[in-house]
Design a protein around this ligand. Structure first.
Ligand code: PRX
Length: 634
């Protein structure tokens, strides 16, 4: 088992060592891995370009560290218990040895199709073991994987395939999600109408539904794998070779491809996983995330496999066939470590205790939360009814860009406090700054959260557009990485994340850019202009509220709403559908034409008596009208 911090004092010693001599600290962590060639220098960096390099000169393969490294001691240990969408379907148990064999075979398949080191491969798949195989096989041959969440639309998929210039797509015929069967391959076919660069599509048969296979382009996974050898020598890649691209939304423009590289990401994903969750030899760990998000990358695939842990991989959703599904799975596999999102907790909370109390949940030792601030009510419900006041809750704060958890309690070590992510992990140097970029020192301060020193899994660039990376994260405050989150450091030095300070909405733990949703709404032919803001939502954390100007205000508003929802679903996917659409005659704009979102946010929150100064508006009368038609209880 990896090096782990055992108590608070050790945490403090480690933390101090990591700040005093980061290079020595991380070199010690990196030493536990298998290197094909050792690094020449631990860290070279500047945040102004930005240019960050960890373990330069080193060569390695992360899939070898996830799999081959464990074969001697843990070959027969289960890597994944796969639990299908329907409880009536038999699951699968896949050992480290079996996973290794499957990954080797699939690596040979990829090679046989001409895939090479550095090439981008897009993965659009449901939560089945083969998605893990696909990810690790890409890493094994040195190709860069770009996993796209299978809930995104064809048009989003096209954008991501084209941006990454991927020429191979790995997918499945369909997917099961709750009581729906989704025609995944049809979505890929639609996407590829506008992605001429894709030469091959590999299709795994999951649902058995009929699909159109385009000859010479589309190939069945099973047929390819049957012919492939189970021997594969992992490719040596450079420490700073990209491992993956993962698209995420920002406050402007289209989603950007966050790039993570190999060695630093490997070291940090394992270090953070081991220390935050504190798994033991016989632990059964379960993260309910999807591989299409960063949590799936770092804490379903890489972290747990690097640490040699047994995990549950779950295909379904929390409420199918009943809202007891999570607890049924916990009891079935005797899950010890359970990691989910506040939105799931809140939605299960709303379904009633009768779905939880019949379950023993005795195996649980550690509970985790990720993706959005966890409100105190949800925290206590999780603590009382799931953890039975016996399991530490690790409220883990991090981002797609950070690659791994940066601020979190270490399970059983850091004293927790509801809705606080508590303390930074060793190696992480957070600072809170005011709007001018002045560091707010000491405790009991509130401002914008930045990080002042690189950690191994910091993003290196945004794919194909380094300037965008610099602009977004490294230009707001000189020499600091800016997270986009507001934060409070309380009198005990504990960190509490307050949510985004930019135009990003966090809907059910998923990041949505307001501009991105507006662009999709504006594609609807009835729409002239729109403005989107977030508002507090009991289950989702934040909901999406859209104010829309249409060609004809007197048309049937419900009809327009339906059409807008369909348009957004077509362009982005169902996760971006606005919760509320208010048709308005005008938007509150300044004389220079800028929409004053502050006012719209207040209205969406139902706080219409505190709109502040509206005298700078071109037409203050607009506000009265919007207030009258607001879809809130005032
Ligand atoms: O606002 C923060 C919120 O989610 C954002 C990052 O979103 P994403 O890149 O999609 O990654 C989500 C999974 C790591 C952050 O900027 N966030 C994430 N975790 C927390 C959180 N907010 C409060 N508390 C958390 N534990």
């Amino acid at each position: 088992m990896a090096y782990k911090i055992n108590n608070l004092q050790e945490y403090q010693t480690e933390y101090a060592a990591s700040v005093e001599n980061p290079e020595a600290f991380w070199a010690k962590q990196a030493d536990r891995f298998q290197w094909k060639k050792k690094w020449d220098s631990v860290l070279d960096w500047n945040f102004s370009e930005p240019d960050v390099k960890w373990f330069s000169g080193g060569q390695l393969n992360i899939s070898e560290n996830c799999l081959d490294r464990h074969l001697k001691d843990k070959g027969d240990k289960v890597a994944f218990f796969w639990e299908p969408n329907e409880p009536s379907e038999t699951g699968r148990a896949i050992t480290y040895k079996q996973l290794h064999t499957e990954v080797c075979r699939f690596s040979n398949v990829l090679k046989s199709l001409g895939a090479k080191k550095g090439e981008r491969i897009c993965i659009y798949m449901p939560m089945i073991p083969e998605v893990v195989v696909a990810v690790l096989a890409c890493a094994r041959i040195g190709a860069i994987h770009s996993v796209v969440f299978a809930g995104f639309s064809a048009s989003s998929l096209t954008d991501r395939i084209n941006d990454a210039k991927a020429d191979l797509v790995i997918t499945s015929d369909g997917s099961f999600r709750g009581n729906k069967t989704i025609a995944i391959k049809d979505i890929v076919d639609d996407a590829l109408e506008n992605s001429p660069g894709v030469k091959n599509v590999i299709v795994y048969k999951r649902t058995g539904q009929p699909v159109k296979m385009k000859s010479s382009r589309d190939l069945w996974w099973n047929e390819l794998v049957e012919k492939a050898s189970a021997e594969h020598k992992a490719e040596a890649v450079e420490s700073e070779d990209p491992l993956f691209i993962l698209y995420t939304s920002g406050s402007t423009g289209k989603p950007k491809g966050v790039v993570h590289t190999t060695a630093g990401y490997m070291v940090y994903s394992e270090y953070s996983f081991s220390n935050v969750f504190q798994c033991e030899k016989n632990s059964i760990y379960w993260s309910t995330a999807d591989i299409g998000w960063i949590t799936g990358h770092t804490y379903i695939v890489y972290g747990p496999l690097l640490a040699g842990v047994t995990s549950v991989l779950f295909e379904g959703i929390p409420t199918h066939p009943t809202p007891s599904r999570f607890w049924e799975v916990v009891d079935k596999y005797k899950v010890t470590h359970f990691y989910t999102a506040p939105t799931a907790i809140r939605s299960l909370m709303a379904c009633g205790l009768e779905h939880v109390t019949p379950y023993k949940l005795e195996s649980l030792k550690v509970l985790g939360s990720v993706g959005e601030p966890i409100n105190e009510e949800a925290w206590h419900w999780y603590d009382d009814y799931v953890g039975k006041n016996n399991c530490p809750i690790v409220d883990t704060w991090w981002q797609t860009e950070t690659g791994g958890i940066l601020i979190s309690p270490l399970a059983g070590i850091t004293k927790t406090k509801p809705s606080y992510a508590t303390l930074p992990l060793p190696g992480i140097q957070p600072v809170i700054v005011d709007s001018e970029g002045q560091e707010l020192e000491g405790n009991d301060v509130e401002g914008n959260l930045c990080i002042k020193f690189p950690w191994p899994s910091i993003l290196r660039t945004t794919y194909g557009d380094h300037e965008r990376c610099r602009q977004t994260y490294f230009s707001t405050y000189k020499n600091l990485y800016f997270t986009g989150d507001g934060c409070r450091r309380d009198e005990d030095g504990y960190y509490r994340i307050l949510g985004r300070v930019d135009d990003v909405i966090n809907v059910s733990g998923h990041r949505m850019g307001t501009a991105e949703v507006e662009n999709a709404i504006n594609e609807d032919e009835a729409v002239i202009e729109s403005a989107v803001v977030g508002y507090p939502h009991d289950i989702k954390g934040q909901g999406i509220y859209a104010f829309v100007i249409c060609e004809d205000f007197d048309q049937d508003h419900d009809k327009i709403r339906q059409s807008i929802l369909a348009t957004v679903t077509r362009i982005i996917g169902p996760i971006a559908k606005p919760d509320k659409v208010q048709i308005v005659r005008g938007l509150p704009k300044t004389r220079s034409g800028k929409i004053m979102r502050r006012i719209l946010r207040k209205i969406a929150e139902g706080d219409v008596f505190n709109l502040g100064d509206i005298s700078t508006l071109l037409d203050p009368g607009v506000v009265e009208e919007i207030k009258k038609g607001a879809l809130v209880t005032l």
